[in-house]
Design a protein around this ligand. Structure first.
Ligand SMILES: Nc1ncnc2c1ncn2[C@@H]1O[C@H](COP(=O)(O)OP(=O)(O)OP(=O)(O)O)[C@@H](O)[C@H]1O
Ligand SMILES: [Mg+2]
Length: 446
């Protein structure tokens, strides 16, 4: 089961959303979810749902709700058990989105504390992706839900702050300013957000605006609460005034992929590769060119398991050491992926979303879309060299390959190294190879 309360209440059995009935019945389920795997007395449920003076029919109405819920929930009677004087809802580990969220948040914080901002961002983005609206949004005015709504809203904001902290550590500040501005104006007394906005602005060369944020924060705090900003914010203001070098970002880590559970190429030192010295040397030369502003495309093909991904990972490690940002996308073989899936992932690694691709087969619209994406990469590369790896291209849609060709034709003037990886032989390989510095064919290691 997949129960959701980080938004409107939903219960999914696989992909199927269960029909949970009217407001009262939904409230019973929500209340039991908040007390998952605990015995909750009928008396308490009635009290929570009907208030201090429930009508005499309330107990009967509750029984009706429970039997209706048992009809829709899989293994209803075991899932929603009768216990002495009440009920208990059985919820397995991870079946409630709130629990998954709290686990991911805790993991993100721990990784952040260990200094692994890349992995932290990945967890925290996954945590935030579980949200579909205000928590328990259909119970915004129900007494029983109030404490949990307040607690979850606070946790959500804390997760957003934690994610921004990790993104700042990754050197993503140019992308964070708009989000931080919106958040700081929605939460004007939240000092951590103000501090993050100051830092993002300062690192983007906008020192005067960073100081203005401090002044605004100070007057909001004085006006609303009659207090001065906390020590951290004051120290930050002083450091900005002094242009303290400690404030400069050191974007040595790669922006994190947004995917959960996927390998995290290039973040840590890749394990040593055997027998790939010649190939590595070629790619390293390509990397040098890219760092000098002469973009290059390399194609890597080979049979299943010959070490293509590992090889690209090794390049990513070297590129990362040289200060490049790593964008990594891969084709999905299982079907059902949206158009331009590898590109969506890669662009997300840059902290952005892929622009909306045009529907249908309007060539002119597609051309403009390709141009927009290419410009996006160009402007990223103008700030910091980029390594773009597109892996498993044998499973990519044709649009993705065409877009790759388009970008490749523009590459020579960008600080970007593109590595296209596929099991042999991907469709359109010949067209793509025209733009490639080299096509490397990996053989399996003896
Ligand atoms: N040069 C190498 N030295 C040592 N081990 C390697 C090397 N290349 C690959 N391996 C190991 O071989 C296995 C397969 O490698 P990898 O996943 O990179 O292959 P692949 O070509 O990307 O496979 P696929 O076609 O399934 O995508 C991995 O366990 C990897 O660690
Ligand atoms: Mg692979």
């Amino acid at each position: 089961m997949d129960y959701r309360i980080l938004g409107p209440l939903q219960a999914l059995d696989g992909d199927r959303a269960l029909a949970l009935g009217g407001p009262r019945q939904r409230a019973v389920l929500a209340l039991l979810l908040l007390h998952a795997n605990e015995a909750v007395s009928s008396e308490m449920i009635v009290h929570e749902l009907w208030g201090a003076e429930p009508p005499r029919t309330a107990a009967k109405a509750l029984q009706n709700c429970v039997s209706a819920l048992r009809k829709v929930l899989p293994a209803g009677v075991e899932t929603l058990r009768s216990v002495r004087g009440g009920y208990a809802l059985r919820v397995g580990p991870g079946e409630l989105d709130r629990d998954r969220f709290e686990t991911l948040l805790a993991e993100g914080r721990a990784l952040q504390a260990e200094g692994d901002a890349g992995a932290a961002v990945e967890r925290l983005r996954a945590a935030l992706a579980l949200w579909h609206g205000r928590p328990l949004s259909d119970f915004a005015f129900d007494e029983f839900a109030q404490d949990e709504i307040v607690r979850l809203e606070e946790l959500h904001l804390a997760a957003v702050e934690e994610k921004l902290e990790a993104e700042l550590a990754l050197g993503l500040h140019p992308h964070l300013v708009p989000e931080l501005e919106a958040l700081a104006s929605r939460h004007p007394l939240r000092e951590r957000l103000r501090g993050q906005l100051m830092l993002a602005l300062y690192r983007s060369g906008r020192q005067a605006e960073a100081l203005a944020v401090y002044r605004n924060a100070r007057s909001a705090l004085l006006g609303e609460l009659g207090i001065e900003p906390g020590r951290d914010l004051q120290d930050l203001e002083r450091a900005i005034l002094a242009q303290d070098p400690a404030l400069d970002s050191s974007p040595t880590a790669a922006p994190a992929p947004a995917r959960v559970g996927a390998s995290r190429p290039g973040r840590r030192a890749a394990p040593p590769l055997e027998g790939r010295d010649d190939e590595l040397e070629l790619l390293e030369a390509g990397l040098e060119d890219a760092l000098a502003g002469r973009g290059r495309l390399f194609i890597v093909v080979g049979g299943p398991g010959t070490g293509k991904t590992s090889f690209a990972d090794a390049i990513a490690s070297r590129a990362k050491d040289r200060g490049a940002a790593i964008l990594w996308g891969r084709g999905w073989h299982g079907g059902g992926a949206p158009a331009y899936w590898p590109w969506r992932q890669a662009i997300r690694d840059a902290g952005q979303e892929l622009p909306q691709p045009p529907p249908g087969d309007d060539d002119a619209a597609r051309f403009r879309f390709f141009e927009v994406v290419t410009e996006l990469i160009r402007s990223e590369a103008a700030q910091r060299p980029q390594l773009l790896v597109l892996d498993d291209l044998q499973s990519a849609d044709e649009g993705s390959l065409l877009l790759l060709e388009f970008l490749a034709s523009e590459l020579p003037e960008m600080a970007a190294l593109v590595v296209a990886v596929a099991r042999d032989d991907p469709p359109r390989l010949d067209e793509l190879a025209r733009y490639a510095t080299r096509t490397l064919r990996l053989e399996g290691l003896p």
